[in-house]
Design a protein around this ligand. Structure first.
Ligand code: ZN
Length: 382
């Protein structure tokens, strides 16, 4: 790889690890065809090395971060059938504004000044209106484009992702790319946060984009995967400890136990329960688990046990008020060795128990921004 690219990328990892880890994920292609600055389609980071070298060193970092931010914001998947040049102008306004907020240097000839208070879509719509009646601007050329003024240029253009043989992606493939992108964002956010290097403005944008787009099914799958891992290491440790050095690998013959707690008071439709049961059954094909289901209003009103190979089905029943404590109390008094608990609720209650030792995933059946439990993670079924 070109030395300058390598150097700038390393610098980005050291100074801004959120952008750095995003950058490391992209496949660098040097001097691709028809690329005067840089480009990305979400997977490839194409760089015109001559352009990169022409920039001051602070701006070199900005160029890579600029491309990463296009990917973070999923601009490559939001082009749809928009005019590619206008879409890139809108995307650049947004990205460069955010980079400035995050402390990056933006050269004066890069597009800027109109990103504040806009989404990519809303700014595009505005630019399109202003541009109506003017000559078409297809082609994605770099230069003095309509809506820019002052000779500002598009840098690091966004291109539509394509299949292996250059074919259009199907809707399902695009959806998958979107989910992968969001999961990558989540990962990079965690890395940067741990390093104390997540700019507040980026954090806010990420929170919005993640909350509205992450598929709850993926979250549920991650929860099971996590429970599986935790439990394995815990058992391994204990077995070795208890049998004086002799220990049998137990990954394949032991199963985790998960509790599904259902708040029967609220808006638990049969449809919502059917969806969750369907997902859990699917996940259990690879994350082998025993499942205990508790139906709870102000007390535990019903219990169902499902062995590893038994498909679960959930029934809405009961009624009455909501209290989150009885279910957790029941688990404790019955000595249940759960590695995780999934709690389905509409979230309209604030009687919480003390934080348990196992992980808890709250699954809201409708949007409820006021639900802020003192522990566990919250996801919403859409
Ligand atoms: Zn750009």
């Amino acid at each position: 790889m070109d030395k300058t690219i390598q150097k700038v990328r390393t610098q980005l990892v050291l100074d801004h690890c959120f952008f750095g880890s995003g950058c490391l994920r992209l496949d660098v292609v040097e001097n691709p065809a028809n690329c005067e600055t840089a480009y990305t389609d979400g997977k490839i980071l194409g760089i015109n090395t001559e352009y990169l070298k022409s920039l001051e060193s602070a701006a070199q970092k900005s160029l890579l971060a600029h491309e990463v931010l296009h990917v973070v914001l999923l601009h490559h998947l939001r082009l749809q059938n928009r005019d590619i040049t206008l879409a890139n102008i809108a995307a650049d306004h947004i990205v460069n504004e955010m980079l400035k907020d995050a402390g990056f240097t933006i050269p004066s000839d890069w597009i800027q000044g109109r990103g504040k208070g806009h989404s990519f879509e809303s700014l595009y719509a505005e630019l399109l209106k202003e541009n109506k009646g003017k000559k078409g601007s297809k082609g994605g050329k770099v230069g003095n484009q309509p809506g820019q003024g002052g000779g500002q240029i598009i840098v690091g253009e966004v291109r539509e992702p394509k299949g292996k043989n250059g074919e259009q992606l199907t809707e399902a493939e695009r959806k998958e790319l979107e989910q992968d992108g969001l999961i990558n964002n989540q990962r990079d956010r965690a890395i940067a946060k741990a390093a104390g290097q997540l700019p507040g403005c980026i954090e806010k944008i990420l929170a919005d984009i993640l909350e509205s787009r992450v598929d709850w099914r993926k979250e549920l799958a991650e929860f099971f995967a996590q429970a599986n891992r935790n439990d394995f290491s815990w058992r391994k440790y204990n077995k070795r400890f208890m049998s004086g050095g002799f220990y049998l690998p137990s990954l394949y013959d032991e199963f985790i136990s998960i509790g599904i707690l259902i708040d029967t008071s609220g808006s638990m439709s049969d449809e919502a329960l059917r969806q969750v049961a369907g997902e859990v059954n699917g996940i259990r094909d690879f994350a082998k688990s025993n499942i205990t289901v508790l139906y709870i209003d102000t007390k535990v009103a019903g219990v169902q046990e499902f062995e590893v190979n038994q498909p679960i089905n959930l029934k809405a029943k009961g009624g009455g008020g909501t209290d989150f404590r009885p279910g957790f109390d029941w688990i404790q008094s019955h000595d249940k060795d759960f590695t995780g608990v999934i709690y389905l609720t509409d979230g309209y209650c604030s009687n919480f128990p003390a934080e348990p030792e196992y992980s808890v995933l709250w699954v809201l059946t409708e949007k409820n921004p006021s639900f802020k439990p003192p522990f566990g993670k919250v996801i919403t079924i859409q």
